[in-house]
Design a binder for this molecule. Structure first.
Ligand code: ZN
Length: 261
């Protein structure tokens, strides 16, 4: 089974039906990450339409300033969500430094909750890599997916030592630096993502929205840079996702779906 561990399914608009058919036809297990509360509620509705979708609640660093004074209100969504994301820090693309304290406060709230509730997290780390690793250690969050890592190699290695998983995505098709990262991640921590539907557009490689099948291009590119077959990459990623889920009681349904042959 294909694993797409970081997707913004609520952003497909008119193409949602087509995206869901591709997910079902290709059996792409999809972690549908939220940006904020409305996004999470929408993802929960979308997930009712396919067994291959896991909606997860988070507040993206770009939305942190809107939520920083309302954190207690978020508790009920956290309780509902079997995993947490998208959360993180962005001190690179987000230029408004006035939001940075809010980003830090919101992220710490989510990571502390993930530690208490023993849930895995899906992290955006742009220029906040070291701080994020320190927070994971502080709150003993052992199960973390680092999405689209593009930071320094020394922190990459520290995260590997800690046991973080890494979703490699579509930028692998275009960037030598991402190739270096894709080669450095050990087999047992490798995962895949598309960050659909906006990633290819954002990279200015595409005018259209990215469709779920893009995960196959990622796997093909990973096979090339890691000198393995696409089948091997697919198997390794599936095994890793199974290990990440483990016997998490909140993810039993997920485990059932994606362990099917
Ligand atoms: Zn994202």
């Amino acid at each position: 089974m294909l694993i797409d561990a970081h997707v913004h399914l609520d952003k497909y608009g008119d193409l949602l039906d087509q995206a869901l058919s591709e997910i079902d036809a290709q059996r792409i297990f999809t972690v549908a990450t939220a940006m904020d509360v409305p996004s999470y509620l929408e993802l929960r509705k979308i997930a009712e339409r396919s067994p291959f979708i896991l909606p997860t609640f988070g507040v993206h660093p770009r939305r942190a300033a809107e939520y920083v004074d309302r954190l207690p209100e978020l508790g009920r969504y956290l309780e509902m969500s079997p995993a947490i994301g998208e959360i993180g820090l962005d001190f690179h693309w987000v230029k408004d430094t006035a939001t940075y304290p809010a980003q830090r406060k919101v992220l710490e709230y989510f990571i502390a909750s993930a530690g208490e509730q023993n849930k895995f997290v899906n992290l955006h780390t742009k220029a906040g890599e070291k701080e994020i690793l320190d927070l994971l250690a502080k709150y003993k969050v052992r199960r973390a997916i680092i999405h689209w890592y593009s930071g320094p190699l020394d922190i990459l290695n520290a995260m590997i030592d800690y046991g973080c998983y890494f979703t490699i995505g579509v930028e692998l098709l275009y960037s030598d630096y991402i190739k270096t990262i894709a080669q450095a991640v050990p087999d047992h921590l490798l995962l895949t993502e598309t960050d659909n539907p906006g990633a290819l557009k954002w990279l200015k490689k595409h005018d259209d929205l990215g469709m779920p099948n893009a995960i196959k291009s990622v796997i093909a590119a990973l096979a090339e840079v890691r000198d393995a077959s696409p089948e091997k990459i697919e198997t390794v990623v599936q095994q890793n996702f199974a290990r990440l889920i483990g016997d998490d009681p909140g993810l039993r349904n997920v485990a059932r779906v994606f362990r099917q042959p």
